[in-house]
Design a protein around this ligand. Structure first.
Ligand SMILES: [Zn+2]
Length: 266
């Protein structure tokens, strides 16, 4: 019988019976693991705390036929405060949906796990950061961790690193492009239309994007951005991630509908 000792973040749960769930865990060593949680949704189950959505727990898993089941569990961090705030809850759902989409099975996913844990920790622990900043930084770093890291040194066309003029993020080519080169590229008119997503970056948004991509993972949220630059920063990061992975998320639609209806905190 296959047996596994691992720590995992519960990134998805599907109820399959009165007290049964199928769980998806994100782990550093084994990527995504699907686990049968028979009876774990019961209040009487000793595995109940460790198997809630967003719980980070250590598990002893055993495999029979198709699925792992839980032989033992120990809750490490419940990220409890996320559950009391509708904005935070929808963002936490979005973070988990994104990492569920990006992670693979039987492959190390340490960076993705640390990114998700750091983001949930900041959301839950009143880091003082606006939720929108956590969302945006998570999106840009998730894109980078998944192989879409943009080159942010200088204009990818002419090599000019004087970024005091207008500079754009050339989303699909993962690079910067200066105003002059963008005019030339657009004038040529022979490029693939689907590759045309250019987003103007203000100096502070560019600085925030650079920090988010290059900072050590445990510090990737440790920056400040002016309140009026926050929404533009978020729009850039969301567009960048979604354009590269070509996938939408229900939890994101829901979060954005909350923001449109005035739940935007600053
Ligand atoms: Zn240029």
């Amino acid at each position: 019988m296959e047996e596994l000792e691992t720590k995992g973040l519960v990134i998805s749960e599907v109820r399959t019976g009165e007290a049964d769930k199928i769980l998806t865990l994100l782990t550093a060593e084994h990527g995504k693991i699907t686990v049968s949680g028979k009876g774990v949704a019961s209040l009487k189950s000793r595995h109940m705390p460790a198997t809630q959505l967003f719980s980070y727990s250590s598990f002893n898993l055993k495999k029979t036929k198709k699925y792992f089941y839980i032989a033992d569990s120990d809750l490490i961090e419940p990220f409890f405060d996320i559950r009391y705030d509708v904005n935070k809850l929808s963002l936490a759902n979005y973070i988990c949906e994104v990492v569920d989409y990006l992670a693979v099975e039987e492959m190390g996913e340490e960076d993705l796990l640390r990114l998700a844990l750091n983001s949930l920790f900041a959301l839950a622990n009143r880091s003082g950061l606006p939720d929108e900043q956590i969302k945006a930084a998570f999106e840009m770093r998730a894109a980078s961790v998944s192989g879409f890291e943009p080159n942010l040194d200088k204009c990818g066309e002419c090599g000019d690193d004087e970024t005091d003029g207008l500079i754009y993020l050339d989303v699909m080519n993962g690079r910067l492009i200066c105003g002059n080169c963008l005019r030339t590229v657009r004038g040529a008119g022979d490029e693939d239309r689907t590759a045309r997503i250019y987003l103007a970056l203000s100096p502070s948004v560019l600085e925030a994007v650079r920090f988010t991509v290059h900072a050590p993972i445990e510090r990737f949220l440790s920056f400040q951005i002016e309140a009026d630059e926050l929404r533009p920063f978020s729009v850039v990061c969301e567009k960048y991630l979604l354009s590269h992975i070509e996938h939408g998320f229900r939890s994101l639609d829901y979060y954005n509908s909350l923001i449109r209806n005035g739940n935007f905190d600053e």
